[in-house]
Design a protein around this ligand. Structure first.
Ligand code: IPE
Ligand code: IPE
Ligand code: MG
Length: 231
């Protein structure tokens, strides 16, 4: 099938690293490492096809409930990713941005995040938005608290959006890997009209072919936004 349109904003719930590892008889940590390679492929795809916003759900506010060694593996992996990808981000003009709460994130990691955000802030080809220590309810509550602090009353939907963690356009397409039919506290406000695509493919197996399949499905969607077709 021919692809005629690409989403402006692609969001992905990268799920299934643990199941992938289990299937191969490996430790969950290795599933997460393999998952980082899928991130590279998806990012490359977005650069190549001019998809200007990519949001990846990497660590949720609920993921702190995992065993301590897994949490620490995920923190270390993100730190490693930041260090390894710096060059590529500058070369491909990728702007790096992290959405989430800053509390509980190890200080060293938080510093590296801020450093890379600063270094890449003028890169204008694509924005890579990593949802890390992210929860959508937390984001909404944080927004409400800032609104109260500012003494605002009677705000509009547009005003409200400005208080969220970023001002990126809403995702056009939301992909979830590994077959789970749920949102897991991701972008509740922003996905009001996103097209959903859920695949059984596990995140470490998600490659260029798999993204093509998702985008092909997106090309067949009739986005009506509450209106009627062909008036
Ligand atoms: C996604 O894979 C990665 C994170 C949530 C950090 P999982 O670790 O959730 O993998 P499964 O769902 O256990 O297979
Ligand atoms: C969602 O995956 C969070 C991320 C992908 C970072 P989970 O594996 O944490 O979600 P649940 O627990 O299956 O809902
Ligand atoms: Mg999971």
């Amino acid at each position: 099938m021919e692809i005629t349109k690409y989403p402006e904003h692609l969001a992905i719930i990268m799920d299934g690293n643990g199941r992938w590892a289990k299937k191969q008889g490996l430790l969950r940590a290795l599933g997460h490492e393999k998952g980082a390679q899928s991130v590279r492929q998806v990012l490359e795809y977005c650069v190549e096809h001019h998809i200007p916003y990519l949001t990846l759900y990497a660590f949720s506010t609920e993921n702190w409930n995992r065993p301590q060694d897994e949490v620490s593996t995920l923190m270390k992996l993100f730190l490693k990713y930041i260090k390894n990808e710096r060059k590529n981000m500058m070369k491909n003009k990728i702007r790096f941005f992290v959405s989430g709460r800053k509390n509980n994130v190890p200080e060293k990691l938080q510093k590296e995040i801020e450093k890379l955000e600063e270094e890449t802030k003028n890169n204008d080809k694509i924005t890579l938005n990593i949802a890390f220590n992210y929860g959508s309810r937390a984001e909404i509550v944080d927004a409400v608290n800032r609104i109260i602090k500012d003494g605002k009353e009677n705000i509009t939907e547009e005003d409200f959006s400005k208080y969220l963690y970023n001002d990126f356009p809403d995702p056009d397409l939301l992909i979830r890997t590994s077959g789970e039919m749920r949102i897991s506290n991701f972008l509740l406000w922003q996905i009001a009209y996103s097209e959903l695509y859920i695949t059984d493919t596990l995140w470490p197996d998600f490659d260029e072919k798999e993204i093509d399949k998702a985008i092909e499905s997106y090309n067949q969607r009739d986005r009506r936004f509450g209106g009627v077709k062909n008036v």
